[in-house]
Design a protein around this ligand. Structure first.
Ligand code: BT5
Length: 254
């Protein structure tokens, strides 16, 4: 049994049987809610990925959740929150003896297949953040039949890999506990080094040849590192080294 051990993350939780999207709902209520409020649903009818993509969210099988955050930091730093979330998911799984890898910027994989995606959205004016919504989707107990044919080579669930049902509540609580510790370092000490270390040590990309797809542009290079800003350091053909920022970039292992 795992208990919630946080000051503010998950101290207020809205539970939905079915909802369009927890991120969408979180944005509707964020202004009136305290930092750390969590929305979680058994099912999403219109779960969202990045760039308007669809996120499959079958009933009772996953953790489909959003956390409302109100960090008093420069809006430029918000992209880092996705990595903090990925590090928290990694640690939560590790606490339950499940080994995963982080695929920068927003995925957690097991055996090379995606079991978690993170969608961070922000509302800001001038240099002030109104709120940040960090949405986390985890394929916990999906069966093979829940995964559409076209996703079978890149997506899986923890149950499929571990060959047993996973306690969603235990994992959920673990994620909230781990996220609060990492997030407090970020807002109180302006430090993300522990999260970066986790992302680097368990990276699915570092040392690999990758493709970076941005709109119609495809670039090929080698992932070298994740720097202390949370950017991916890539060596392109010809030896030019560049930092890649999170955002509208998708990355695929070759
Ligand atoms: C993501 O987008 O990975 C972000 C997913 C965030 C989902 C959470 S659930 C709670 C909260 N509320 C929401 O509405 N969303 C958040 P992206 O990197 O764009 O990946 C999307 C792509 O992953 C899709 O185009 C599919 O190819 C694939 N995909 C869709 N559903 C999947 C699933 N359940 N597991 C693995 N891959 C999936």
């Amino acid at each position: 049994e795992e208990y919630l051990d946080t000051d503010f993350i998950g101290r207020n939780i809205y539970y939905f049987n079915s909802i369009n999207s927890t991120n969408r709902k979180a944005k509707e209520i964020a202004f009136g809610e305290k930092e750390g409020t969590v929305l979680v649903a058994e099912q999403q009818e219109e779960g969202k990925g990045r760039l308007g993509r669809h996120w499959i969210s079958p009933k009772g099988k996953g953790i489909w959740m959003s956390i409302i955050l109100k960090p008093k930091v420069d809006p430029m730093k918000v992209a880092k929150i996705t990595l903090l979330g990925a590090a928290a998911v990694y640690k939560a799984l590790s606490n339950m003896n499940i080994k995963s890898q982080i695929k920068w910027p927003n995925d957690v994989l097991i055996d090379g297949k995606k079991i978690c995606g993170i969608l961070t959205e922000m509302s800001a004016e001038l240099n002030m953040i109104n709120y940040v919504i960090m949405g986390i989707g985890i394929n916990v107990n999906l069966d093979e039949s829940d995964i559409p044919e076209e996703l079978k080579d890149k997506a899986t669930s923890i149950k499929i890999i571990e060959d047993k049902e996973i306690d969603r509540k235990e994992l959920f609580t673990n994620i909230l506990n781990e996220f609060e510790k990492i997030y407090k370092d970020f807002i109180d000490r302006d430090s993300i080094s522990e999260a970066i270390d986790i992302c680097k040590a368990n990276s699915a990309l570092i040392g690999k040849d990758i493709r970076i797809i941005r709109g119609d542009e495809v670039r090929v290079g080698k992932a070298l590192d994740i720097n202390e800003e949370g950017h991916l350091v890539v060596e392109f053909d010809g030896g030019i080294v560049e930092n890649i920022y999170s955002g509208e970039i998708s990355i695929r292992g070759l």
